[in-house]
Design a protein around this ligand. Structure first.
Ligand code: FDA
Length: 325
């Protein structure tokens, strides 16, 4: 349950001037430009992190806007190569037009995934709200059917449908399925999703189990200790771990620039000490790096969507020295 304190902080923050929102979010957003993202990645590389880069921006209102994202991601690919970064791409399907015209959105995503494929780069389709769950999964299946296997999806533990989705993807893709599993940032209705903390944790952990059992690649994207600890014990039960080739009999072939069947992922600026500890123990850890001109809209939307972030805002205000990526 979200406390009244958190809710009030969020309500206040979204009314504050842009510079204040910028100060609060500087820890979570690399900056407005690609160079900002590159310099953060260069710094965090020293902490044994690898990266996934997100150009900020979501639902667009015209297909013409999708071109901006295509062009920007092409620059991201160039930057990854130029700076020899251990990084891949995360994209929001609706920024490519999926909700305006499914076919055109699919074509735009295909263009990017094809180009990434030429450079042996992986593309993760972030999962947005329930309106696009089915179509996002379908995009991944269509791309795999075209031989573009450098693409994977995010699934959200909070949704009732997710275990069925994993079973479906296992049937369609076998061990080529490549997931990021997270709780899900969108506060979906109780008709389709778990809404209590413990139910969401349990459901997310059940998804981790199912993904590991299916031989899939499993990126565990959580900062929550019960999820991270559960994942570690589940990995152990499969004999999986740092620097051990994936021992699962049904595992797919090793993947370029990935961990041995799994990795941990965290957002920029969140739970750095936990991430560094995991990395120190040899786990592959990936940091999600959002950057872009739409940092303000992104920050406000995230605050409104998930008021639990309010406590983090309060902490930044009271202990400003902690407010850095
Ligand atoms: P929980 O919310 O319980 O957080 C545990 C602790 O982590 C908090 O107490 C706090 O200390 C810290 N924390 C978590 N989030 C924080 C934040 N934003 N700022 C400051 N501190 C924070 N969702 C989605 O719907 N689609 C997607 O594609 C993705 N992609 C994605 C990628 C990666 C790499 C991560 C880590 C997460 C996502 N998510 C996502 C978001 C995810 O679904 C979820 O909302 C958040 O990770 C918060 O859930 P936790 O499991 O971290 O637990």
């Amino acid at each position: 349950m979200v406390s009244w304190f958190s809710k009030s902080i969020v309500a206040m923050t979204v009314r504050m001037p842009k510079w204040f929102v910028g100060w609060v979010s500087r820890r979570y957003v690399a900056g407005p430009n690609l160079e900002d993202a590159v310099s953060i990645m260069m710094r965090l590389s020293k902490e044994d992190a690898c990266f996934t880069i997100d150009v900020l921006g979501e639902e667009i209102t015209s297909l013409a806007e999708a071109q901006y994202f295509l062009d920007e991601y092409l620059s991201v690919v160039d930057a990854i190569r130029e700076h020899n970064l251990d990084a891949n791409l995360s994209i929001k399907p609706t920024a490519f037009g999926l909700l305006i015209d499914e076919k055109a959105g699919m074509k735009n995503i295909e263009t990017l995934v094809r180009m990434a494929h030429e450079h042996d780069l992986f593309v993760r389709l972030d999962m947005e709200d329930h309106r696009v769950t089915t179509s996002t999964i379908q995009v991944v299946l269509d791309l795999h059917n075209q031989g573009l296997t450098n693409v994977g999806v995010v699934l959200q533990g909070r949704l009732f449908r997710t275990l069925d989705d994993i079973n479906y993807l296992e049937t369609e893709l076998g061990p080529a399925a490549d997931y990021r599993i997270c709780k899900g940032i969108y506060l979906e209705s109780e008709d389709i999703a778990y809404t209590s903390y413990q139910d969401i944790v349990d459901a997310t952990n059940a998804c981790i189990d199912r993904m590991l059992a299916a031989g899939s690649y499993c990126s565990i994207a959580s900062h929550d200790i019960p999820v991270v600890e559960y994942a570690k014990s589940a990995l152990k039960s499969y004999g999986m771990g740092p620097n051990i080739p994936d021992p699962r009999p049904n595992a797919g072939p090793p993947r370029t620039a990935k961990g041995p069947g799994y990795e941990f992922q965290m957002l920029l600026g969140v739970r750095g000490p936990l991430r560094r500890k995991l990395a120190k123990n040899g786990h592959r850890t990936r940091v999600y790096i959002p950057y872009g001109k739409q940092w303000y809209e992104y920050s406000i939307r995230r605050l409104k969507e998930n008021p639990t972030i309010g406590t983090q805002v309060a902490k930044a205000f009271m202990m400003p020295w902690t407010n850095r990526p």
